[in-house]
Design a binder for this molecule. Structure first.
Ligand code: ADP
Ligand code: RBF
Ligand code: MG
Length: 396
């Protein structure tokens, strides 16, 4: 199941694997490219992923046929980005896995295309990342950047392990190629380029030694000969601290009740953007309350693109496990998300999806009885507020 030999150390990529710098970089790149009359495409973005900054801009300029030197594009983007790196959030499951491996005493390295001078800016608000790695190898410290294997080979050598004992965690095709060229086993966690479509169409590497996961929340250490997590609750992964999400119930595709017999209260896009990091998708469980009522219900929800129906926009849609007499469009809805259940999946039939959602509901009811989650039912966030919304939603 795991690589021929159990992993003895873990080598991490940074951008798009630990930190969601990609939405930020794309936003800035769009601005810089627009100054020169161009428009960022998914293909150009994908070609730049995982590369060193200058090489990434060269790839973008070539893909878009921009008549501007890569060096100039780089300088323009760096001027905007240097102020904003601290906005990048940790990706789902990254902190849990890092903390677990650190507690197990697993030797770890960072092998990033980021330049040495930029690294402190990216890690400024993530202090724990500064003390997690024995070794950090930056893009300007190797002869050739990813997809060449240099950075992984340097990291492995410094940690003192042969490539066959190194497990690499990467999001980008260039990084996966680099690790495979170094002879290492790779866990590939594809990042989302713009919409879920890219993640769904993520390149399939027809090679041995590459395991693709929807997110780090699906990483099972024992599959790689590493010690298992100890914090699971009834087969779920606790979201700690729980996410509090406040939104307005809006109309969706009208599919939930009619097609599936499962009504889901879709949240408005604005609240969703403010409270859930862009890279968050998956099926979750927690508590919910609606409008002026202080009644709290168990809920399981889907965040993402409904692969079965191939939506273009990300939706957050809780199914409240309660029979209501009427619908509640336009009402405020408050969610406290306690647990991750599974990634979004495609199914062979709508019936198979419906069966799975009912299974999710059963898992939700069971998990929420655990004292850890039951305690959150009385959380003040779920109570209706006099005179509107004073609290800011907080998410990952
Ligand atoms: P839409 O595509 O507009 O979201 P659905 O068929 O999914 O339509 O129905 C969702 C609506 O049904 C919710 O917005 C809410 O007003 C209502 N509703 C009734 N019971 C529930 C429930 N148990 N959970 C979620 N929404 C419910
Ligand atoms: N849609 C999918 O395409 N794949 C899924 O794995 C999936 N899981 C879900 C789990 C739960 C608990 C809920 C409430 C919904 C899920 N959905 C999933 C979303 C479903 O397709 C959606 O609610 C309907 O299409 C109505 O918008
Ligand atoms: Mg719905």
């Amino acid at each position: 199941m795991f690589p021929p030999e159990p992993s003895a150390c873990v080598i991490w990529d940074l951008d798009g694997t630990l930190l969601d710098t990609e939405s930020l970089v794309a936003e800035v790149a769009r601005e810089v490219i627009a100054r020169h009359g161009g428009e960022l495409t998914d293909a150009a973005r994908a070609a730049s992923l995982g590369k060193r900054p200058l090489e990434a801009w060269a790839a973008v300029a070539a893909a878009l046929d921009l008549p501007v030197p890569a060096q100039q594009l780089l300088e323009e983007s760096e001027a905007l980005l240097s102020e904003r790196w601290q906005e990048a959030k940790m990706l789902p499951g990254a902190l849990r896995l890092l903390t677990h491996l650190k507690e197990c005493g697993m030797p770890m390295a960072l092998a990033t295309s980021t330049l040495r001078a930029t690294l402190p800016l990216k890690l400024a608000v993530h202090g724990h990342l500064r003390t997690t790695f024995q070794i950090t190898c930056c893009g300007d410290e190797v002869e050739q950047g990813k997809p060449a294997p240099d950075s992984f080979l340097v990291a492995a050598k410094s940690l003192g392990f042969p490539p066959s004992r190194c497990l690499v965690i990467e999001d980008s095709p260039a990084g996966v190629d680099a690790a495979a060229a170094a002879g290492m086993h790779v866990v590939h966690v594809p990042s989302m380029v713009d919409t879920g479509s890219a993640a769904r169409n993520a390149r399939t590497f027809g090679r041995q030694g590459i395991t693709t996961l929807a997110s780090l929340l699906d990483f099972r250490p024992e599959a790689f000969g590493l010690p298992p997590f100890k914090d699971g609750v009834q087969g779920t992964v606790p979201v700690d601290p729980a996410w509090s999400i406040r939104g307005t119930v809006v109309r969706g595709y009208g599919r939930g009740s009619k097609e599936l017999g499962i009504p889901t209260a879709n949240l408005d896009a604005e609240s969703l953007r403010g409270s859930l990091g862009e890279a968050v998708t998956g099926i979750y469980a927690g508590w919910a309350s609606v409008g002026r009522s202080s009644e709290v219900y168990p809920m399981c929800m889907s965040v993402g693109f409904n692969p079965v129906f191939k939506n273009k926009q990300r939706v957050c849609e809780p199914w409240l496990l309660h029979e209501f007499d009427q619908d509640f469009y336009g009402e405020e809805i408050r969610l406290l998300v306690c647990a991750y259940l599974r990634p979004e999946a495609d199914f062979v039939s709508v019936q198979a999806l419906v069966d799975r959602i009912h299974e999710d509901a059963a898992i939700t009811r069971r998990a929420l009885q655990d004292p850890l989650f039951a305690a959150l039912k009385g959380d003040a966030f779920l109570a209706p507020q006099e005179g509107g919304t004073a609290l800011q939603p907080s998410g990952p």
